[in-house]
Design a protein around this ligand. Structure first.
Ligand code: NDP
Length: 452
């Protein structure tokens, strides 16, 4: 008789939790999962997937405009928000089903409801109580809102995916991933959009050239950018009519206010206090390189540990966890060179160091930069600029940073991330023959260094 009901109990079935549960079960573990919200977590339900669908939807505005330079007259194009949301919901429901099916097929026992840790080896879900040898916390994160008068009127990305209707005007708060992505979505769908950010330039942490370029491109799309701007109060004047007042004294009237001001680890009401798990000040669960918490048999991975909040990172962490714990093969994740994309319009994608980071890390670096209008814009008349940038360590000739702002940047940088991981040098980039005519060929034809 096993000492416990399960070998592993996974709390949260988002990207990390599902992968950890499936892989552990495939390695022979008896696995249970619990979830009280949505199957597939943030990414599938209120994150990456519906966001990208909305980005596609909003980009058609540019496509219709561009088409005219190519001789097309798109007649009677009109957008219907309800159709988009309905179709998006249908696709999400399909994905929810796939996630359920994956767990079923792997022989995982799923509990629907809030799981709480009662002690090191006991979990409750509603009235049920089960015992488990190991526990994995993969509960993800949750959007935060500012603590200001009228905060109850602020929406977060969670609600933005289910709006009953689009407003005429929208105010987006924040300067990170979600803020620039949603500002682009709203603007593309015809909403008069302002992005208000407390700092001097959006996308803090990205390369400065990238940040400047994104700001210019968002403005070209008609988005109003307000920097050094901090919301101090919100007043609801009528349904869909809000007055936003800022610390700097100005007020704006708007139909919707989206707080895209960061996410916090989802640790509330998990019973962590019953097992004294060490947490950071913001609630993030502290783990070692095997995702072990301060309690020997309890583990955590993904956004709840607040390290790199990206779906593919949580998935890779889950692969390492399952292999180490249940396949007898220790796997430690390498966090270097993780590529990322921001699906603002045009997209940003990046891998490796920013110029600032590279200059701090290496004795001498060379910068190659190219800014141009892609071939497609010549007939369409679009003023969209594409930016590409390579950062090279002079001593080794290795490319240590690759950045792009432009159409399909994520698709292009994914391949280059492999090259960078493999240690590609600038000489190798130069020796690579381009594919013509593409925008991506610019990455292998940049020869002139930018003056330091
Ligand atoms: P980010 O951390 O990217 O951005 C948060 C923004 O809100 C920053 O501009 C920050 O400013 C600002 N902010 C934070 N606190 C306050 C405050 N109290 N008042 C005003 N502004 C504030 O978070 P997001 O919510 O945009 O996204 C969360 C994470 O999810 C991202 O970091 C990313 O890892 C992931 N994500 C990934 C996506 C992708 O892969 N495409 C898409 C969406 C999310 P400051 O810079 O000054 O701190």
């Amino acid at each position: 008789m096993p000492a416990f009901d399960f070998d592993l109990f996974v709390i949260g079935v988002g990207s990390g939790g599902v992968r950890a549960a499936r892989m552990s079960a495939q390695y022979g573990a008896r696995v249970a999962t619990a979830e009280d919200k949505f199957m597939g977590g943030t990414c599938v339900n209120v994150g990456c997937i519906p966001k990208k669908l909305f980005v596609y939807a909003s980009h058609f505005k540019d496509d219709f405009e561009d088409a005219q330079g190519y001789g097309w007259q798109p007649s009677g194009a009109a957008f219907d928000w309800a159709t988009l949301v309905t179709n998006k919901d249908r696709e999400i429901a399909r994905l929810n089903g796939i996630y359920s099916g994956l767990l079923d097929a792997a022989g995982v026992t799923h509990f629907t409801g809030r799981a709480r840790i009662l002690d090191e080896h006991t979990i409750t879900v509603g009235e049920e109580r089960v015992t488990t040898e190991k526990i994995l916390i993969a509960t993800g994160g949750w959007p935060t809102k500012q603590d200001i008068p009228g905060a109850e009127h602020l929406l977060t990305s969670n609600e933005a995916f289910y709006l009953k209707q689009l407003p005429k005007k929208a105010l987006v708060l924040g300067g990170g991933y979600i803020a620039v992505e949603f500002a682009g979505i709203f603007a593309g769908l015809g909403v008069d959009t302002e992005l208000a950010y407390r700092g001097p330039m959006l996308l803090r942490g990205f390369d400065d050239d990238v940040r400047q370029q994104v700001a210019q491109e968002l403005q070209k799309k008609g988005i109003t950018l307000s920097f050094h701007s901090t919301l101090s109060a919100v007043e609801k004047r009528a349904e869909g009519d809000f007055l936003a007042t800022f610390e700097e004294g100005r007020s704006v009237s708007t139909g919707l206010i989206l707080a895209a001001t960061g996410r916090k680890p989802a640790v509330a009401d998990l019973g962590l206090e019953n097992v004294q798990i060490a947490q950071r000040e913001n609630g993030a669960i502290i783990v070692d390189e095997d995702y072990r918490t301060s309690v020997e048999n309890i583990f955590a991975l993904g956004d709840v540990t607040d390290r790199i909040q990206l779906t593919p990172v949580a998935i890779e962490e889950a692969m390492c966890f399952a292999s180490t714990q249940f396949a007898g093969v220790r796997k430690v994740m390498n966090y270097d060179g993780i590529a990322t994309a921001v699906f603002c319009q045009p997209n940003v994608a990046t891998v490796g160091l920013t110029e600032e980071e590279a200059r701090a890390q290496y004795a001498a670096v060379s910068i190659y930069r190219s800014s141009f209008r892609a071939l497609k814009t010549t007939l369409s008349g679009s003023q969209e600029q594409t930016l590409m940038k390579l950062i090279v360590d002079d001593e080794t000739d290795r490319v240590v940073g690759i950045h792009m702002v432009g159409s399909e940047a994520g698709e292009i940088i994914q391949g280059l991330a492999v090259a960078m991981k493999a240690g590609a040098t600038k000489t190798m980039f130069d020796e690579t023959v381009g594919i013509h005519p593409t925008a991506a060929e610019e990455f292998v034809t940049m020869r002139t260094k930018v003056d330091a």
